[in-house]
Design a protein around this ligand. Structure first.
Ligand code: TYD
Length: 234
């Protein structure tokens, strides 16, 4: 049985999330891979849910998935990388995220795109470039290389980067102390490096990576996101 996409952390059967284009529709919009990025607490999951509704409302078949996760192997890796009890070396962490991504691409993303469905991904390669490349200081090029291997070179058609100050993201999430997972327990400098890493990625690829002000209301962020996708929506 196919694993389920997730919205708000709740597994939803894929079929609920897809809607067939009406039979009389003459122009099919090509399936796209859209990724949503940003530090913890930026509002990615809320935006993913809003975008999914907006696409389905336009008669575009789409699924929403999250990383790490989305398929059984990746969900197991997710519980490993989040476990505060585990010691995980930086390079091992980068490889675990890449392994999770490789399975998700092979098992869900490529088949969905091949079937003509848009894929909305809550985190993708840029998360590893920012968190492991910049945050863990493994180097963006080294992390990009293992991810190129993991994904077979599958790149996002567009990336929506939710920009928010690390302190604001942390406050919004309201995580502290024992409730925090392994990454959330990191120091502020770690998140500052990640935010800087994301800014550098956006500056290097302004055509693909579009920066949205995540301090605005969810409706405003969704509206801005749709504007950044307008040329792809046909
Ligand atoms: P999650 O609870 O999904 O956080 P969020 O809601 O902010 O996406 O946990 C995912 C954590 O894994 C998050 O702290 C970011 C981190 N991560 C990486 O460090 N590298 C990666 O490649 C990915 C996909 C996530």
């Amino acid at each position: 049985m196919a694993a389920s996409p997730f919205v708000h952390g709740v597994p939803l059967p894929g079929r609920v999330l897809t809607r067939h284009r009406s039979a009389w529709s003459e122009h099919r919009v090509p399936a796209r891979l859209i990724t949503i990025e940003g530090i913890d607490g930026a509002g990615k999951t809320t935006l993913a849910a809003g975008l999914l509704e907006a696409l389905l409302g336009r008669g575009i078949e789409a699924v929403a998935l999250r990383e790490p996760g989305g398929v059984a192997l990746a969900e197991r890796i997710r519980s490993l990388v989040k476990d505060p009890e585990l010691e995980i070396a930086d390079r091992a962490e980068a490889l675990l995220y890449a392994a999770s991504r490789a399975q998700l691409v092979a098992e869900r993303v490529e088949p969905e795109l091949a079937a003509g469905r848009w894929v909305l991904l809550d985190r993708y390669v840029d998360s590893s470039l920012a968190y492991q490349g910049a945050g863990r200081a493994l180097g963006v090029d080294a992390v990009a290389a293992i991810n190129h291997f993991a994904t077979g070179g599958l790149a996002a058609d567009r990336t929506l980067l939710l920009a928010i100050e690390p302190a604001a993201g942390r406050a919004r999430r309201g995580v502290r102390g024992e409730d925090a997972d392994r990454l959330e327990r990191e120091a502020d400098e770690f998140f500052a490096r990640i935010a800087a890493g994301y800014r550098a990625l956006a500056a290097a690829e302004p055509g693909r990576v579009r920066v949205l002000d995540a301090a605005r209301t969810p409706d405003e962020v969704l509206e801005a996101a749709l504007a950044e996708l307008a040329d792809l929506l046909g």
